[in-house]
Design a protein around this ligand. Structure first.
Ligand code: PEP
Ligand code: MN
Length: 351
């Protein structure tokens, strides 16, 4: 159910409604808009129907949420969610430009890539320390050492950092080092992992599963949101189809589709979606034109030597060229590329 409070309700009224809902044995979820306050009450349908919610003073309307996803729905949060990641605003026309190598391989390599993607305008640094590889004999990531390198390099260039977790036991360690947690495609329906990241205080980048529908994706966000973490960014990274000339098939229509259904930002990863550097630029431009809230691109200074996903990496010069074109498309559709907050200590680029 959605409880819409009377316009410009005072703090006391909101608290009163929350207390009444709790006294009925239900859990309220608050969504405070600019002039409207909405409270989502989710739980046992029969208990909800029986609860005299309409009778609470200050309540204007009680509406059912007809969609199976509740806290992720636009009804619950009509305005676009804007997430502030260390000064980088993501959502509502402000774009996340996430770039970096597939895996953190070494400090010199990450430094080289970070310096160049930052100069090109990337605002968030990525790099996996725990890698979900198809083969257990392939490079699995540097683990804690990789997280430390990512943190240090991100700080040096004033970039917030995002990295993947694969197991609930890694979550605490990743939260200590990263600014945003990535849940990879293979774990989109690892519900215990989703609940675990739902209890953390940092935003979550949730990638679409390889054969997940839009509804599956939004139901997965519900596992995170219902634990209290409201800051989820969705990521389209291609789905499995019969087509085998690309690594996956990019489903770009998901961007306006999700925007109609949910307030959560959605970004696009053309690297994993196509697996082909010759296709990544066009798909990145198309994503921004379609209204995506950002683009996630793998960049490596020496793709032929990369320990994972080398064949799909752009080199820094290609990324820089793409960024100039992305800026033009962003301008045309009225989006802006966010700048990270200047760090307290200026980054020493050539120390
Ligand atoms: C990645 O971002 O490196 C990755 C493994 O992505 P996905 O989960 O989309 O395959
Ligand atoms: Mn990768």
């Amino acid at each position: 159910m959605i409880i819409v409070l009377k316009p410009n309700s005072s703090r006391e009224t909101v608290d009163h409604v929350l207390e009444c809902i709790e006294a009925m044995g239900l859990t309220p979820h608050l969504s405070q808009g600019v002039s409207r306050t909405i409270i989502g009450v989710i739980g046992d349908e029969s208990k909800l129907r029986a609860a005299p919610l309409q009778a609470i003073a200050g309540v204007e309307q009680v509406l059912p949420i007809l969609k199976p996803f509740k806290l992720a729905s636009r009804e619950f949060h009509p305005e676009d969610l804007v997430i502030n990641l260390k000064g980088v605003r993501i959502g509502g026309g402000s774009l996340a430009m996430i770039a970096g190598p597939c895996a953190v391989e070494s400090e010199p390599l990450l430094t080289e890539v970070a310096e160049q993607v930052r100069a090109a305008g990337a605002n968030i640094l990525r790099g996996g320390a725990f890698k979900p590889r198809t083969s257990p004999y392939s490079f699995q990531g540097l683990g804690r050492e990789g997280l430390k390198i990512l943190r240090a390099v991100g700080d040096r260039f004033g970039m917030p950092v995002v990295t993947e977790v694969m197991d609930p036991r890694q979550v605490e360690m990743v939260v200590e080092h990263a600014d945003m947690i990535q849940i990879g495609a293979r774990n989109m329906q690892n519900f215990d992992l989703l609940k675990e990241v739902g209890r953390t205080p940092i935003p979550v980048l949730l990638k679409r599963g390889m054969s997940a529908t839009v509804k599956d994706l939004l139901m997965s966000t519900e596992y995170i949101l219902s634990q209290g973490n409201r800051r989820v960014i969705l990521c389209e990274r291609g789905v499995r189809t019969f087509e085998d000339s690309t690594r996956n098939t990019l489903d770009l229509s998901i961007v306006p589709n999700v925007k109609g259904l949910s307030h959560l930002p959605i970004i696009v990863d053309p690297s994993h979606a196509t697996g082909r550097p010759d296709l990544i630029p066009s798909m990145a431009l198309a994503a921004v034109a379609a209204g995506a809230d950002g683009v996630h691109i793998e960049v490596h200074s020496c793709p032929e030597k990369a320990l994972s996903d080398g064949p799909q990496a752009l080199v820094p010069a290609q990324y820089a060229e793409l960024m100039t074109r992305i800026r033009a498309v962003a301008r045309a559709v009225g989006s802006t590329i966010a700048e990270p907050e200047p760090s307290a200590e200026p980054a020493l680029l050539h120390s």
